[in-house]
Design a protein around this ligand. Structure first.
Ligand SMILES: [Zn+2]
Length: 98
């Protein structure tokens, strides 16, 4: 569902409207003053969301490619530090200088 941003023609306030199926232009009113006279503007949020959905719709092979690349590059594995961590014990607690 696209997210649109409108600028009120009366008070210039910005109103963000989530456009659902069945939405009508008359549903969009200024949140600040209630005026129905609004101009659609390009929303940064909307652009960001569109980019995000573009990224999400990339070929799923890309994910597998990244996974393979990480596997072949141990230093790039985000879990490498986690796997090196040891559970807390008596020695672990005394590592903090007193
Ligand atoms: Zn307004």
């Amino acid at each position: 569902m696209p997210l649109y941003e409108y600028r009120c023609d009366e008070c210039q306030a910005l109103t963000t409207y989530l456009w659902r199926s069945g939405s009508k232009t008359s549903d969009v009113v200024c949140k600040a003053c209630g005026a129905a006279s609004l101009t659609k503007i390009i929303s940064r949020i909307s652009v960001h969301r569109n980019m995000t959905s573009k990224m999400a719709s990339l070929d799923p092979k890309y994910d597998a490619m990244v996974d393979r690349a990480v596997k072949n590059t141990p230093n790039a594995d985000p879990d490498r530090l986690l796997s090196r961590m040891k559970p807390f014990d008596d020695r672990g607690r005394s590592k903090v200088p007193e």
